[in-house]
Design a protein around this ligand. Structure first.
Ligand code: FES
Length: 75
């Protein structure tokens, strides 16, 4: 028997947070980081989750969403 695969249409992740922004990005400054900048995924699409790999760009284009990563910056 053939397996049926159900593909859902792309949907926005963010229902109502800061929707006037093109992309919602937040930063947290911490002192103990190995690298100067680390981006953590908040779109749940990254192939390197929990790190951001830029997949949010494709998701935003496909859905009209505005999600972006959490940036941790070394001070
Ligand atoms: Fe998910 Fe960038 S890949 S926020």
């Amino acid at each position: 028997p053939r397996r049926m695969v159900v593909v859902k249409a792309a949907e926005a992740i963010n229902p109502d947070i800061r929707k006037t922004e093109d992309k919602v990005v937040d930063s947290v400054v911490v002192t103990e980081l190995a690298k100067p900048l680390t981006a953590y995924c908040r779109c749940w699409r990254s192939g390197t989750f929990p790190l951001c790999d830029g997949s949010h760009v494709k998701h935003n284009k496909a859905t009209g969403d505005n999600v972006g990563p959490l940036l941790l910056k070394k001070q």
